[in-house]
Design a protein around this ligand. Structure first.
Ligand code: ADP
Ligand code: MG
Length: 238
């Protein structure tokens, strides 16, 4: 686990600046929802934290350390996307353990961690199956398992449930919540679903056109939206 701090982060593509000086302090163990309309810069911000996108200006700190020069692997972050590319020729267990194997973790340790993650995610009975033999929700759980086994300092989610149907989304939402209650890993969760943000997050960050409109608990944003944009987005009566 670790705190995450963004210090005046900027991102330009060519001459076009799309993130305009974002600063944010996230406490160790906090669950943050990052919300905002399509194209406002949520994925770009997440990818800069992960080290998948160059930071034009500003600093990202994880656990009090500036990580700008570090590779994604060195940042000890796990990212869960909406398109969860599982390896089709590997079993669930092999998919979950693959990153650990690449990092040179010994086989008994891999089996132990995969077993623990499988129990947490109700995948124990599915460990020998291939991805093609799983439902969409089960595949998404394997993708999360693959992230959990690495015991990352921070979880980054980029709209992980947007490809699932409504019923499954509700179920996975509560699984993500109970997972966070169990492991307590600092999490940043991108979604454009207000209900998801309201039910999951300790605090919500509302992003609009590359800048932060407001940061607060779900209740604070609902009761005291800073402006009409936040009110409209959170669906509060103001
Ligand atoms: P969101 O995830 O909130 O939908 P993105 O972070 O994907 O938004 O995009 C933010 C802005 O940056 C958008 O205007 C998008 O068109 C632009 N953008 C994203 N990636 C690139 C890229 N590789 N090159 C140029 N512009 C990009
Ligand atoms: Mg996006």
């Amino acid at each position: 686990m670790a705190s995450v701090e963004l210090r005046d982060i900027r991102k330009s593509y060519g001459t076009l600046e799309v993130i305009h000086g974002v600063s944010l302090m996230i406490e160790d163990g906090e669950f943050i929802a990052l919300v905002g309309p399509s194209g406002c810069g949520k994925s770009t911000l997440l990818r800069m934290i992960a080290g998948l996108e160059e930071i034009t200006d500003g600093e990202v700190m994880i656990g009090g350390q500036v990580v700008n020069p570090l590779t994604p692997r060195e940042r000890n972050i796990a990212m869960v996307f909406q398109s969860y590319a599982l390896y089709p020729h590997m079993t669930v267990a092999e998919n979950m353990g693959f990153n650990l194997k690449l990092s040179g973790v010994a086989k008994p340790e891999i089996e132990k961690r995969v077993g623990e993650a499988a129990r947490m995610l109700a995948l124990t009975d599915l460990l020998e199956r291939k991805p093609s033999q799983l439902s969409g929700g089960q595949r998404q759980r394997v993708a999360m398992g693959r992230a959990i086994v690495r015991d990352p300092a921070v979880f980054l989610f980029d709209e992980p449930l947007s490809n699932l149907d409504a019923k499954l989304r509700v179920q996975m939402r509560s699984e993500i919540k109970s997972l966070h209650q169990k492991v307590g890993t600092t999490s940043i969760y991108v979604t454009h679903d207000q209900i998801e943000a309201m039910t999951l997050a300790d605090r919500i960050v509302v992003l609009n056109q590359g800048h932060i409109e407001q940061v607060g608990t779900p209740l604070e944003l609902y009761r005291q939206p800073a402006n009409l944009f936040v009110a409209g987005f959170i669906g509060s009566p103001a």
